[in-house]
Ligand binder design. Structure first.
Ligand SMILES: Nc1ncnc2c1ncn2[C@@H]1O[C@H](COP(=O)(O)OP(=O)(O)OP(=O)(O)O)[C@@H](O)[C@H]1O
Ligand SMILES: [Mg+2]
Length: 232
């Protein structure tokens, strides 16, 4: 199946023509490395796929139902003051909202509602989504991610804003993985990482079952992860 399809994407910034008709496809399970010179538009492509930038021309197709997790190249915004643990657990917001909706529907069902068939159908769909997202294994996946990335109690209690660049990168990646996305977009994920953290990143991505489209100037990392390269 095709996860991501770009067809003749064009993008200008002012007079600068950054993307001039980029087309490619990424299939399910591929790990594709986007390569190109500095300023060739790699980050712009990832932003367009994620919907953070709009192309001037051309079409983007994402497989219906596929969710995207995006690790950005630069996190410039200061986050609100919170500790790493609650920052990570914000990834569960969507699960909490589904849980709340399920509870509401349960109340309606108990109420002998005349639209019971409709409510049941809605409930079934929502429950399916919850299961598909991994809603029933939240605590387990939280523990697994924390142990995988070596986030101990002390680390989880640190203020997110006090973390180093590398620590922020890895916490952001963990937050993304907790959402269990079908597609990972990674923009220079090894930047600021020390050797140990890099190894953890490599192992984590090796185990990841979804599709990956990434940019990295780190040749060793790219060669190890990529199943294919696309030049832009
Ligand atoms: N929001 C913006 N406004 C104006 N120009 C932009 C904007 N975003 C990117 N550009 C310009 O578009 C070009 C492509 O930028 P982009 O960040 O996509 O390149 P890149 O391939 O990711 O580069 P690098 O390898 O250095 O990360 C650059 O010349 C950049 O300065
Ligand atoms: Mg870039």
């Amino acid at each position: 199946m095709i996860e991501i399809g770009l067809n003749n994407i064009k993008k200008n910034f002012g007079l600068k023509n950054v993307l001039d008709g980029v087309s490619f496809e990424v299939k399910t399970g591929e790990r594709v490395s986007l390569i190109g010179e500095n300023g060739s538009g790699k980050s712009t492509i990832l932003k367009i796929i994620n919907g953070d930038e709009k192309q001037d021309f051309g079409q983007i197709n994402i497989r219906k139902g596929a969710s995207i997790g995006f690790l950005k190249q630069i996190y410039d915004k200061k986050q609100k003051d919170e500790i790493v643990e609650s920052y990570l657990k914000r990834s569960f917001d969507e699960f909490t909202s589904i849980e709340n909706n399920l509870k509401k529907l349960e109340l309606l069902m108990a109420d002998n509602n005349k639209d019971l068939d409709k409510i049941l159908a809605k409930y079934g769909k929502l429950q399916e989504r919850y299961t598909a997202l991994g809603g029933y294994e939240l605590e387990e996946s939280f523990k697994k991610i924390c142990s995988g990335f070596n986030f101990d109690r002390d680390f989880l209690n640190k203020e997110y804003n006090s973390l180093s660049g590398g620590e922020k990168t890895i916490v952001n990646l963990a937050a993304i993985l907790l959402k269990n996305p079908n597609i990972l977009l990674l923009d220079e994920p090894t930047n600021h990482l020390d050797i140990l953290t890099r190894e953890v990143l490599e192992e984590t991505l090796e185990e990841y079952k979804g599709t990956i489209l990434f940019v990295s100037h780190d040749r060793y990392f790219s060669n190890k992860l990529a199943t294919r390269e696309i030049n832009v």
